[in-house]
Design a protein around this ligand. Structure first.
Ligand code: GAR
Length: 203
């Protein structure tokens, strides 16, 4: 049997996407993967507490006014030390340096709470509400050197209702995020795809 692929999860806050990935692994929904390390740039991130509760390697690597590339160098070293095959950004609210992206080519995934290319950046759910779209959702994509821009692995949609607030819409999207991330990780780890231009094509 082949060895399980090792995931490195980066987060900054609540960590519900991390927990969803961890649960998909323990329930067997996401097979052939294990979480090698969870890294937070914030010491008080709830996600890091959740990682410790699960007895996973949980590291806090704060930016401490260092240059982005210096901070990222430390994270890259930690990911390498843990022999990470795939990096999963799960609410990691910091841009990655080009050096980071190049260190893990096509091996960094991000989840974003909108149907990209609509509403990149911060407060995607609020942007969607204010714009008046009738459908929104989430996107799992490879990370490239531009913000919320890389090749899209999968998207899930949700309706935007007349009575929605940012909170109700965010909750509806989050439910789909938790399903989408594990699914996208499984697809990528299977290796059964090719990327043609911007298109992710299953084989
Ligand atoms: C999620 O909604 C994720 O899509 C979003 O932050 C939230 C993190 O929640 N990420 C971004 O907006 C990245 N641009 P979580 O900490 O509970 O997983």
């Amino acid at each position: 049997m082949s060895a399980r692929k090792r995931l490195g999860v980066l987060l900054s806050g609540r960590g519900s996407n991390f927990v969803a990935i961890a649960e998909a692994i323990s329930s067997g929904t996401l097979q052939g993967a294990e979480i090698a390390v969870v890294i937070s740039n914030k010491a008080d991130a709830l996600g890091i507490t959740a990682a410790r509760e699960r007895h996973l390697s949980a590291q806090v690597i704060e930016a401490r006014e260092r240059k982005r590339s210096e901070h990222d160098k430390e994270i890259i070293a930690c990911l390498r030390e843990h022999r990470v095959d795939l990096v999963c950004l799960a609410g990691y609210m910091r841009l990655l340096s080009p050096e980071f992206v190049r260190a893990f080519p096509q091996r960094i995934l991000n989840i974003h709470p909108s149907l990209l290319p609509a509403f990149p950046g911060l407060d995607a759910q609020q942007q969607a509400l204010e714009y008046g779209v009738k459908v929104s959702g989430c996107t799992v994509h490879f990370v490239d050197e531009q913000l919320d821009h890389g090749v899209i692995v999968l998207q899930k949609t949700v309706p935007v209702l007349e009575e929605d607030t940012v909170d109700t819409l965010s909750a509806r999207i989050l439910e789909q995020e938790h399903i989408a991330y594990a699914e996208a990780i499984a697809r990528v780890l299977s290796g059964k795809y090719e990327v043609v231009g911007r298109r992710y094509l299953p084989r």
